[in-house]
Design a protein around this ligand. Structure first.
Ligand code: GLU
Ligand code: MG
Length: 465
């Protein structure tokens, strides 16, 4: 124990020296709250070794912060008392290409006695990853990041209000090369910043909505995937600022239009072998992968309270908007909440599933942890998948949907929160303190926006994540 601590200290000192030599002045230690906001404490680079050893103080009240910076309470959390320690993950310390002189590290939260904080979302994600590993299973996950870029209004760093004009820096069509030409320096800088930070970019391209783009990154360990999406988002934001632009990752930038998703890709492996590529099995799904996905599909109404956590999320969740609002799965079906991607026959890593419904207001650590918990519960309870859905369920009549057994996912945050409240497997996996805090934040967000028009909700949340 003593020598392990000494070795850690030594590594942290070497790292701090390397960062200083690279010109890094500050290190941003981030964690994501239950409302999906990335919160931060920053330290001078030379404090990194001390932070790795003793942590940095931060109040537990942030567990019950809402997306508008109001504070609620849960049975276990809230109020001015107490303190926690943020511990940077030294393995993820990254110099930030678009913020010269800065580095970043995700943090785990412990109490003052050194015990894991029961509401630490990153440790929840790690616990679930380890629970899967104890059953011999490995998850490879990755998030897609969609965002809308606008020109930053001079002198108005924080606009808002339903009548705020959105000044798009590109006019080209959806998925059009015109947008790439119009913003070629910007997109090159985003790609370069991500790649020098060790993020493996798979694609970057224009999306459907005005000013909308998307970047996808390589899948990996679930905690790493959640760290990556935080780093990707903050990097896109930082490059945008340097170009006089601003990026919105909000679920609904303009009420009624196609929104920003943050789809979660997930692949299941046993002993390094994909369970999505079983020879002779339908769609290549090994029985365990079927049960895992069956568990995720069953739990989706409750998972929405994690993956679609804001009243603004439900502005995005409209049928026929590629957001996956029906509780069904389909092979390469972009209107199914769970899209199975079978992969090319010669691709050894091909084959995984995509949860289309989630958005970037979600805490990504909660998202990966809850999906693993739901999938493992599916395996334990031998869950099955119903027949796949082809085509857009949104264009079917009510009767035909009922005949096929397809139901709409929760259309309000209240409904999703009610489902999470009643979900025994998610309650057990998250534990009382985390489950209670998430629900308290959902209830407070609902109450805050209960009387608001759609346009006002979109405007109030547009620049929050
Ligand atoms: N922007 C869509 C969403 O809200 C997704 C588009 C796509 O299929 O990538 O999730
Ligand atoms: Mg997309």
């Amino acid at each position: 124990m003593g020598s392990w601590a000494a070795q850690q200290r030594q590594e942290a000192r070497q790292l701090a020296a390397r960062l200083s030599a690279e010109g890094v002045r500050n290190v941003a230690l981030t964690w994501v709250d239950n409302a999906g906001i990335t919160r931060v404490k920053t330290i001078p680079a030379e404090r990194l070794a001390a932070a790795a050893e003793r942590g940095i103080g931060m109040s537990p009240v942030f567990d019950v912060f809402t997306s508008d910076d109001a504070i609620t309470t849960s049975e276990h959390l809230g109020g001015p008392d107490g303190d926690l320690r943020l511990f940077p993950d030294l393995e993820r310390v990254t110099s930030l290409a678009a913020q010269p002189g800065w580095a970043w590290a995700p943090a785990d939260r412990y109490d003052q006695l050194g015990l894991p904080h029961p509401a630490c979302q990153r440790q929840f994600a790690r616990r679930m990853t380890e629970r899967a590993a104890a059953a011999g299973l490995e998850l490879r996950m990755g998030f897609e990041t969609e965002w809308v870029v606008t020109r930053a209004p001079a002198g108005h760093p924080a606009p808002g209000g339903a009548d705020e004009p959105l000044d798009y820096p590109c006019a080209g069509p959806a998925y059009g090369m015109t947008r790439v030409v119009e913003l070629s320096d910007y997109l090159r800088d985003v790609t370069e910043a991500l790649s020098v930070q060790g993020i493996d970019v798979l694609q970057i391209h224009p999306e459907y909505a005005p000013g909308q783009f998307e970047v996808t990154t390589a899948p990996g360990d679930p905690v790493r995937a959640a760290d990556d999406v935080v780093l990707v988002r903050e990097t896109v934001r930082a490059v945008s600022v340097r170009h006089g632009l601003r990026a919105s990752f909000a679920p609904s930038v303009v009420a009624g239009e196609v929104g920003n998703g943050c789809h979660l890709h997930t692949g299941l492996y046993r002993d390094g072998t994909s369970l999505h590529r079983s020879p002779d099995a339908a769609w290549g799904l090994a029985p365990e992968a079927t049960a895992f996905l069956g568990g995720v599909l069953d739990a989706l109404p409750a998972l929405l309270a994690i993956g679609c956590p804001s009243p603004a999320s439900y502005l995005r969740l409209q049928p026929s908007h590629w957001a996956g609002v029906y509780q069904c799965w389909g092979v390469e079906n972009r209107e199914a909440a769970l899209r199975l991607i079978t992969g090319a026959p010669d691709d050894p890593d091909g084959g995984h599933a995509e949860i289309k419904t989630f958005d970037a207001a979600a805490n990504p650590y909660l998202a990966v942890g809850a999906v693993i918990a739901a999938g493992l519960h599916g395996i334990e309870s031998a869950a099955q998948l119903p027949p796949p859905q082809t085509g857009d369920p949104g264009v079917l009549g009510v009767r035909e949907r009922a005949r096929r057994g397809i139901v709409r996912l929760p259309a309000t945050l209240t409904e999703a929160a009610d489902r999470l409240e009643k979900s025994a497997p998610l309650h057990e996996a998250m534990g009382e303190v985390l489950h209670g805090a998430v629900l308290a934040v959902r209830r407070a967000e609902e109450a805050h926006f209960a009387e608001s028009e759609d346009d006002a909700i979109a405007a109030a949340t547009r620049w929050r994540w």
